[in-house]
Structures are given as C-alpha cells and as structure tokens.
Design a protein around this ligand. Sequence first.
Ligand code: GDP
Ligand code: IMO
Ligand code: MG
Length: 427
Amino acid sequence: MPALVLLGAQWGDEGKGKATDLLGGSVDYVVRYQGGNNAGHTVVVGDQKYALHLLPSGILTPDCVPVIGNGVVVDPAVLLSELSGLNDRGIDTSKLLISGNAHLITPYHQTIDKVTERFLGKRRIGTTGRGIGPAYADKINRVGIRVQDLFDESILQQKVDAALHDKNQILVKIFNRRAISTAQVVEEYLGYAEQIKDYVADTALVLNNALDEGKVVLMEGGQGTLLDVDHGTYPFVTSSNPTSGGACTGSGVGPTKITRVIGILKAYTTRVGSGPFPTELFDDDGARLRTVGREYGVTTGRDRRCGWFDAVIARYATRVNGLTDFFLTKLDVLTGWERIPVCVAYEIDGRRVDELPYSQTDFHHAKPVYEYLPGWSEDISKAKTFADLPQQAQDYVKALEEMSGAPISAIGVGPGRTETIEINSFV
Ligand code: GDP
Ligand code: IMO
Ligand code: MG
C-alpha cells in the first residue's frame, strides 16, 4: 500500500533526481506532483548523464511507471522534446501517464513571465522564465487550459480566447508588446494533441487502484521546501507547493496513504534566483563549494549561490513536511576543509533565534550563528557503509541529524546511482 514522498528540504537542487532514480528500482510508480519544467533533475547512470525537467526521474527505470500528476504545469513542446531526446538515447518512454487535469503552459505564460521580471528590475524573483507563475495564476484564476482541453477544438478555442482577452490588453498597453493571436495558439496546441493523447489518463484513479493492489508509489517533488508558495521565502518562491501537502493535492492520493516523507538535504546549502539566504558565502569558500559541487543550474545555467549548512532550515523542513527521513547528499563535496561551519541558529537585531522567523523582514536580517565541526581529508566517494566514512565525517552526519530532527537514512558521496550509503531502507 505505501505511498512515499520525496522532496527538497532546502531551496531546490538537493539531488532529488538522483535519489528518485535510486529508489525507482524498488517502486512501481514515480509521480511528479507540482512544478513544471522549471525543475532540473540530474541523474547519472553509469557513464550516462540525463537532465530531466518535466518528466519524473522514474522514467529511467524500465519497470517503473512515470506519472505527471494533476498538480504539474505542462509545456507540451518541452514534454515532446524531452521524450524524443530520451527515445534517441534508447529509453522507452511508452509507459508515461499524464493527468488530463494538469494545466498547460502556453507561449503567453512564458511571455508574461519574462516581461514581468524585466518590469520588476531589481525586485525581480529571478524566475526560470518558463511561464510557471503565470500558468499557476491562470489555474487559480480559473482561466487555465488543461491537458484534456486539447481534445475538444471548440472548447480549446473558447478557453484560449477567454484567457487572452485580458492578457493581450496587459501585453499591449502595459508592456508595449504585440498581442498574441488565439488562432495561432490554438493551431499550435491542436498539433500537440495527437502526439500526447495516448499518454493521457485519469492518473488519480490509476494511482489509488495501484495502492489498493499493494503497489508502491513514489511522489517526487520539484523545487524545495523554502521555495513553497505557502511555506517558503515568499515572494521569492515558485508558484506551487513542493511541500508534502502538495503531494496529495497534486496527485489525488490522500494523506492516509503516505507512509514515508523523505527530505533531500544537501550537506551545505545552495539557492538559485533572488531572496534571503542567511548562510550565503561571497568568499573563496563559496567559490570552492560552487566549483567542487558543480553548482550551476541545470535549467538556466546560472551560478548557484552557495553557503554552509543551515540547521534552522532543516528543522523547519522536518516540521512543515512531517519528514520521517533525510537523504543527505553531496557529503563528498565537503572533503578537504579543516573545519566546517554549520549554522545552528540566527542572530536577528541582537537576539538569538532558533526557529525560522515568520516575519520576512526578520529573515532578511538573520545572521547565522555558527558551530564549527572538524573536517576530514580522506576521499569518501568509495564509501559503501557508514563505518567506511572517516570519524569526522561520521560525526558531521550525526551532528546534522541531531540538529535537523529526523534520521538520516542515506548519504550521497558522489553523483552516480551507486555512490550512496544506505543506512535504513526506504521501501
Ligand atoms: P535536483 O534538482 O534536486 O534533482 O538536483 P540537481 O540535479 O539540480 O542538482 C544536484 C547535482 O548534484 C546534480 O548534478 C547531481 O548529479 C549531483 N549529485 C547528487 N547527489 C550527489 C552526491 O552525493 N555527491 C555529488 N558530488 N554530487 C551529487
Ligand atoms: P529543482 O526541481 C532551484 C527558483 C527560481 C526562482 C524561483 C521562482 O531542480 O530543484 P519559477 O520559474 O519557478 O517561477 O522561479 O524558484 N526555482 C528553482 N531553484 N531548483 C529548482 O528546481 C527551481 N525551480 C524554480 O530560480 O528563484
Ligand atoms: Mg535541480
């Protein structure tokens, strides 16, 4: 029966793709439940590297059914190009299922995303420019286009027309851009209908039936807890709910079916785009984390902002997601530092604060309070068991576990599927 949730515990890019791929071998379904092609999930299998944006990372596991849930926003052009890219590399993608209730990203969403960011100037969010926010805004505003609308030309026409009515006014009168033609959008999107129709299904029904039959379902989050529109560093967030509650609404699986919630946690911290980041480094240590950890965006190629581990954030992730486990990634990147700072609390206007402040202004002013843990110099990338790690690395992991509030059940010591120390099994 079990449904498992796997999600980012920080600001995204924690290594969710690798972790999902690793678990893919022991689960029957992998479901994306929110976000869209703003995600960039890297999976390394042997000497092959895959960058997935929209497709669930389970697509690389032959017996696993990949599912795009109702909570995802789908750019059909990206979907088709990602599928054909994988097919060209010999990956069978025929099992994919896409919810008919998932919303579509259209060219006008991308245009609005980009012009809005430009208009915001210094106050910009630093979005991926993929149209994510505007597509979710339309969903909530009840003028979104769903996957199922592709199969009824007259409905599609009416809905695109309704959606463009206001948007064209805004594009032309506020942003000084050309109006977008309904006919052009409809023609382009009808062209996608035939190509994706065989994948479309009532995915919530499929998943619940599978759970009733005793199958294992893994729900894979995009982005991360601090990018959640409700629980993250609003407004510097994405427009969906990567936190565990989003797994239910975004897949149609009820909370009583979920047995494990696994937070993917990097052994340090990164962030892409604007917004507060208390442990951010602007010195040689930050540059070294970026170089050694290869912290460059998979989707936009931007340098990731880098900083030390923040235990306040990890504790917060445990709380808002009800985490049962952590999967600690990229421990190998910390090899070679004599001592490693770990943020255990913040100082805000002279006061020590142990929990994430709910006031945005306070969070912007938060200064990290560091504890310094001894580092190690041995190569740990070949470690297979916890005992293989040098004592200082073991102590670092134990200290993080203690501070973060949930057991660390796996540790990543390299990007490859097998470069993982499994401590407690997930399935
Ligand atoms: P995601 O968005 O959470 O799936 O993460 P990304 O794929 O954007 O970024 C994580 C990066 O770290 C990828 O390049 C992974 O191949 C890599 N990675 C994942 N786990 C580990 C690890 O334990 N050690 C190292 N060195 N790299 C890792
Ligand atoms: P994965 O799944 C890191 C960030 C963007 C921006 C903010 C809003 O690979 O962890 P959006 O385009 O979603 O409206 O941008 O969210 N962002 C991510 N940062 N990893 C991601 O995905 C991200 N997806 C969005 O940089 O700050
Ligand atoms: Mg990523």
